[in-house]
Design a protein around this ligand. Sequence first.
Ligand SMILES: Nc1ncnc2c1ncn2[C@@H]1O[C@H](COP(=O)(O)OP(=O)(O)OP(=O)(O)O)[C@@H](O)[C@H]1O
Length: 235
Amino acid sequence: MADNILLDKVGLRLGGQHFRFDGSLPGGAITAITGPSGAGKSTLLNLLAGFEIPDQGRVLMGGTDVSGAHPSQRPVSLVFQDNNLFAHLDVFTNVALGIHPSLKLREADRQVVLQALQRVGLDGFAKRMPGTLSGGEKQRAAFARALVRQKPVLLLDEPFAALDPGLGISMAKLLLELHRETANTVIIVTHDPQEVARLADYAVFVESGAITLQAPAAEFLARQDLPALTAFLSG
Ligand SMILES: Nc1ncnc2c1ncn2[C@@H]1O[C@H](COP(=O)(O)OP(=O)(O)OP(=O)(O)O)[C@@H](O)[C@H]1O
């Protein structure tokens, strides 16, 4: 299950921006990606998800080169800050899309969806439409869909940023619980140093389109030699 991720001299140009990512993210751990606004955190996640394809270098997951692979062919599931759900489909269907994009579900699949909803505390929400859910409930539904996909790598782009702090903390707890059960590889982009402390085993700092530090979370949070990191940590 534990897929480590290797960014092997990945180069990408987007408009006037040039990104160069070189590093490795440990399998089976929670890695936080942090850094100043506009540094390239989402771009790094998009390279992992397959929404961006490198101009140079390679992306490896569990030893397999996925550099040119379509998002659906990668061992990843995704949870973003918002826009995770299709507004015209009920919660059950949104989650079921994680199993089969065609929605051809067997009875066993239906049970898996219902169990995932129960797991994230959305028992009884199957028929609700996304527009009737709170922000936290929408995020729970997105987690349920990521759960049923059962992919070894979970990518999250600021999944709690739009939630109020209390809800963000309870969602982070849910993420930790799910991670302990599955021992999957979790990569989470966050602006919040407290979230790094709360969640991450390992952390990566991105500055001006490159990784400038990668370290175990405790070491990362104690580093005082990178001015941009010091600024980030002091909020
Ligand atoms: N498709 C694109 N074309 C041109 N420039 C882009 C494109 N995508 C991203 N950029 C630029 O690349 C830089 C990095 O963007 P990215 O979204 O990865 O940063 P970020 O670290 O996630 O920022 P934030 O914390 O503000 O979300 C930004 O300056 C952005 O404007």
